[in-house]
Each structure stands twice: as structure tokens, then as C-alpha cells.
Design a protein around this ligand. Structure first.
Ligand SMILES: Nc1ncnc2c1ncn2[C@@H]1O[C@H](COP(=O)(O)OP(=O)(O)OP(=O)(O)O)[C@@H](O)[C@H]1O
Length: 214
């Protein structure tokens, strides 16, 4: 579970104020709102890229407000996801495991790649991939370390309708296996209508509407 209370974050002149936000385990929260309303800043604060002036972020009972991004165990896929151009797709996906000196990296990478339909790309250089293929690799790289929380910032924005549908079908399958909470920023009305268990609307740095689907 993630619980945020009395959070205030400053980025330049912009102020994000989250009085109260809770999301249970295995929930998928869609964040929408106009451009410049603070959606990305909200995700970046949960990720630990910004430090709040006040307030708390509690994850599964632990106060992570001032934890470094690496300590939070959060998977992150933002719009400007960069893949490492000097490594194969397989090495990109396995990177988080390699720095943890994990064993059995090959099979874990193969498993997540099959689930996301990119196992045929593992020996390729990421520079040779299409936009949609790169996005799947970025998602595999985020999921391979089995984060409990996945932050998605418009990860499908560059895809055509069919590629979007296929990507969301795959992510939904992974989500339905359990053990994964997702917070997902989107401008796409169809994503917002068809995905998610919870929805929030941000305006001017504040949550103005919360919807929970039963
Ligand atoms: N480091 C920063 N320095 C100055 N201003 C910032 C900084 N980070 C964010 N902002 C400002 O905070 C506001 C919210 O930005 P944010 O990226 O969270 O908006 P958003 O809702 O994600 O917008 P979009 O839908 O256009 O991506 C914007 O006005 C932005 O210019």
C-alpha cells in the first residue's frame, strides 16, 4: 500500500500539494489532468527524484519520503526512457539484475521478454528497434527486478492504436497475476476509460477528483 499525506513539493514556481492519497496493493491508478497540472512531478516525487518540503510517503508501512530512488524498489518507465545503446536488448533488460549480481539472469530476462512478446529481439541493439519495441524493452527492464510499484508516465504515447492495445493487453495480464501496483499518467481517454482500478484528476497541483472502480 502507498499512503501520502500533507505532501508539499516545490519545482521552480510550481507547487504540488497532495493532502491525502492512498492506494492499496494490486491497484492500478490512472492520473489524468491538463498539461502542467503536476502529473509527472507527482510520479517523480514518488520515485524519489524530488524531495518534498513537507509531508510523508509511506510504502507498505515504511516511511520512504527521504529514501533515494534506488532504495525504493520502484519500477519506472517515463516518456524519455533511454535504453543503453552500447548493450544488447538482453543486457538492457537484465541491467537491474546484473548490478545486484543476481544469478540466473538469462532465464529471468527470457521469461519477462516472452511475456511482453520481445524474446525475438534479445540479441538486437536497441537503436535498431521501433518505438513500440523500445517501449516494451523499457517496461521489461522496469519489471525484471519485480518491483511492487510500477510508475508509468505515458509509456504508450508514441504507439499506433494496435500497438497500444497489444502493449496494454500484456501489461494487464502481468497486473492480473497480482503483486504489482501501478500508478500511470496518461492523456489518452481510451486508456483512462478502459484501464485502472482507481482514477485521480490533478488540476493546478492538487487532486480535485478521485474515483474508485468496484
Ligand atoms: N525542475 C523544475 N523547475 C521548474 N519548473 C518545473 C520543474 N519541474 C516541473 N516544473 C513545472 O511544474 C509544472 C508541472 O509539471 P509536470 O511536468 O508535472 O506537468 P504535467 O501535468 O506532467 O504536464 P504534461 O501533461 O504537459 O506532461 C509545470 O509548469 C512545469 O514547468
Amino acid at each position: 500500500m502507498i499512503a501520502i499525506s500533507n505532501l508539499v513539493v516545490h519545482a521552480g514556481q510550481f507547487e504540488l500539494v497532495i493532502d491525502s492519497f492512498t492506494l492499496p496493493d494490486d491497484a492500478w491508478c490512472i492520473i489524468s489532468g491538463p498539461s502542467g497540472s503536476g502529473k509527472t512531478l507527482f510520479l517523480e516525487t514518488i520515485a524519489g527524484f524530488y524531495q518534498p518540503c513537507s509531508g510523508k510517503i509511506i510504502q507498505n508501512g515504511m516511511d520512504i519520503t527521504y529514501f533515494s530512488p534506488e532504495k525504493r524498489g520502484i519500477g519506472i518507465v517515463f516518456q524519455d526512457y533511454s535504453l543503453f545503446p552500447h548493450m544488447t536488448v538482453a543486457k538492457n533488460i537484465g541491467y537491474g539484475l546484473a548490478i545486484r549480481r543476481h544469478s540466473d539472469i538469462h532465464n529471468i530476462v527470457l521469461d519477462i521478454s516472452r511475456k511482453l512478446g520481445i524474446d525475438s529481439l534479445l540479441d538486437r541493439n536497441p537503436l535498431t528497434l521501433s518505438g513500440g519495441e523500445k517501449q516494451r524493452v523499457a517496461i521489461a527492464r522496469a519489471l525484471v527486478v519485480k518491483p511492487k510499484l510500477l510508475l508509468l508516465d505515458e509509456p504508450a504515447s508514441a504507439l499506433d492504436l494496435q500497438a497500444k492495445k497489444e502493449l496494454w493487453d500484456d501489461i494487464r495480464d502481468l497486473f492480473e497475476q497480482g503483486g504489482l501496483t501501478i500508478i500511470h499518467v496518461t492523456h489518452d481517454i481510451s486508456e483512462s476509460n478502459n484501464l485502472g482500478t482507481h482514477k485521480i484528476l490533478l488540476m493546478n497541483g492538487k487532486i480535485v477528483k478521485t474515483i474508485k472502480h468496484e
